[in-house]
Design a binder for this molecule. Sequence first.
Ligand SMILES: *Cc1c(COP(=O)(O)O)cnc(C)c1O
Length: 382
Amino acid sequence: MKASTQVVRAGRADAAHNIVNPPIYRASTVLFENYAQIFEIRQSKERRLYYGRNGTPTTWCLADAIAELEGGAGCALFPSGLAAIATSILAFVRPGDSILVADSVYGATRIFCDSHLPKIQVKTIYYPPAVANIENYFDDTTRLIFVESPGSQTFEMQDLPAIAKAARARGIKILADNTWASPVFFRPLDFGADVSIQAATKYVVGHSDALAGSVAASKDAWPAIEAAARHLGQCIGPDEAYLAQRGLRTLAVRLSRHQESAMAVARWLEKHPLVTRVLYPPLESSPGHEIWVRDFAGASGLFSIVLDEKYKARIALLYDSLKLFGIGASWGGYESLIYPADPVRTAEPWPARGSVVRLHIGLENPRDLIDDLENALSLMRA
Ligand SMILES: *Cc1c(COP(=O)(O)O)cnc(C)c1O
């Protein structure tokens, strides 16, 4: 089945009384019929209601749907994307290990690695995202590689099949942050990753009204992910799970519109005299374009532009003149957003001198978005 069919159908087996969407079960305590049933349910190999933290039909509906979409053996759910990332790393590392993390990784992932992993004697080494030979970074302590392709803010593509090939030969695990593409456009597990993580907060929820994270894993990696999520008390609230499964049903159709509009806006920006670069992998001029063409089925609506250095002092004018772009963090909802990007680099310096501006292209008419940008950019130039 194609992803656009899967998003509509997957995970709906548990919907009660033939109601289309799953009911919202609010549960901590689950009552047992009698004394013996406590042990029967505890020992059961099947999925049984036991305690709210361990899941309810509301959360199972979403977990099953994402597992199917990502092609995983299972999927664990989290209260945020960051909780999903931190738990996935903790699932595999031991004292004395080191991990390799893409230098273009999401900022909060970097902060987690730098602030918490040293406490358990795990070292983080950052590699340039366009690395040609990842094995040059391997040593006997390398436990896992954390890939994010395209990277946050600057959108460098990574050659996941090449990284996976090198890692597999050494038993190194690969964790991929797949938030940008979602499994509709890219399935990291099919390209050699062991774990695919999403900040479901973004496109899955799709309406800027809930936080959620998901981790789908291969058969080999699933037991470690499932245990880490359970032992660290990770779970998702019933309303968040409900909203995420509801968002999922329209994910494919929303993404295709985000893509179409983002492409129109990006192509227009590419020709604008104030814009020196458009960092968006589906553009031929964007670094890593050939990897995107080879591996991805589409692009979402998030990209960055680099402005001419001459206009650095006037950058606030761009943000403050736009009428249709909200100034806000996060993305993946229906409305367009603008936010400053501030690439933090420790493996290699970020080369551009001009301001980097991240745009999320929402579901508005792209012509209106271009007019809005045209007006704001011309005010900057005036
Ligand atoms: C937003 C984001 C996250 C974190 O998700 P939250 O739900 O905000 O914690 C992780 N990775 C990427 C690429 C993101 O954009």
